[in-house]
Design a protein around this ligand. Sequence first.
Ligand code: XIL
Length: 370
Amino acid sequence: MRKFFTTLSLICSLFAITSICQRPLKNVFAGHFRIGAALNEKQFTGRDKRGAGIVTTNFNTISPENVLKWEAIQPVEGKFDFSKADEYVAFGEKHKMFIVGHTLVWHNQTPKWVFEGPDGKQASKELLTKRLRDHIFKVVGRYKGKIGAWDVVNEAMNDDGSYRESEWFKILGKEYLALAFRFAHEADPPADLYYNDYSLEMAEKRRGTIEMVRWLLDQKAPIGGVGSQSHHRMEWPAIEDQEKTLTDLATLGLKIAITELDIDVLPNPSDYRGAEVSVNFERRPELDPFKKSFPAERQSALAKRYQDLFRVFVKHSKLIDRVTFWCVTDGDSWLNGWPVRGRTNHPLLWDRAGKPKPAFGAVVETAAGN
Ligand code: XIL
C-alpha cells in the first residue's frame, strides 16, 4: 500500500513538473509584462530549430544579441550590411513579437574608424556628429514601424555615477546622449527610446544615471525609458536593492525594462561586479567547477534566486514593460566566455539540451503571486 502511494505521489509530482514546463512563459506573464530573450543568428534563421522552438513558444519580445551593433551594421564607413538584421526583424514579424533594437551608441563593438578623422587623428565634433546622425537615420529608418523599442545609448555611465570617458564623451561631451535620442526620434517618432545600462542596483551608479536621465529630460531629449540590464550573480544584488532599483527608476516617470537578465553561477574571479564586455580574467580550474554537471543542490539554489527576483518583478509589474533574458539556453550564454573564456556556466532557464531547469518552474510559479 505504502509503495502504491509513494509511486502515486512520484507520478503526481512528475505530472506537476511536466505541466509547469508546458506552460509557455508568455501566457504565464501575460497580465504582468512582456517576456523575451536575446537571439543569436542560429535561432532567428531557424538553423537551431530547438532554440527557435523555445523562443516562439515562450517569448513575445526579442532582442538581437549582436546583429544590430555598429560593427555588424556598418563595419566600414558608408558600407551597411543589413542582411542578418533583416532576418532578425523578419523572424520577429513572422511570430508577431515586440522587436527590440540593440544598440545604436556604445563604446564597445564599434569600429575604430568611427572616432578617427581623415588624418588618422581624433575625429572632429562635426564629423562624429554627422556619423552618428547618418548611422542612426539609416538603421532606425530602415526598421521604422517594425522595431518597437531601441536601446539608443548603452552604458554611458561609470560605476561611481560619473560619465564614462568613452570616445563619444571625449569628442562630443555628454551632449552626444541628447543628440542620439533626437536623431532616433526624428527617424521613427513613435518608437520607444531607451537608455540602457548595467549595475543600476549599485546606489552610486543608479544616482548618477537618474541624474543623467533628468538632464536629458530637461534638454527635452525624447527619452522614453530606462533599461536595466540585470546581469546578476547568485549573491548579488540583494533583493532589496533589486526592488529599490525599480522604485527609484520609477520616479523618472518613464518606462522600465529588464533588458538582459541572467544569473552567473560560477565563482567570481575578482570583486568586479559590472558587465563591461572587455573585462577578462585568466582561466583557472577552480573558476570552472560545474564543467561536467550542475549539482541538484545548485539547481535548487538557482531556482530560488530566480524566484526571489521574479517575485519583485511581479510585485512591481505595473512599472515594468518587459523582462528579457540575455540568451535562451545555457549553451548559448555569453557567460560561458565572459569574464573568463571557455567556462561552463548555467545562468538561464533551459539547460544545454534545451530542457527546462527547475528555475523555469520556479519562475512560472511567481506569476500567480506565489
Ligand atoms: C554581449 C554578447 O552577448 C556577446 O556575444 C558579445 O561577444 C559581447 O556582447 N551588455 C550588453 C550586451 O549590452 O550587448 C552584451 O552582449 C553583454 C553585456
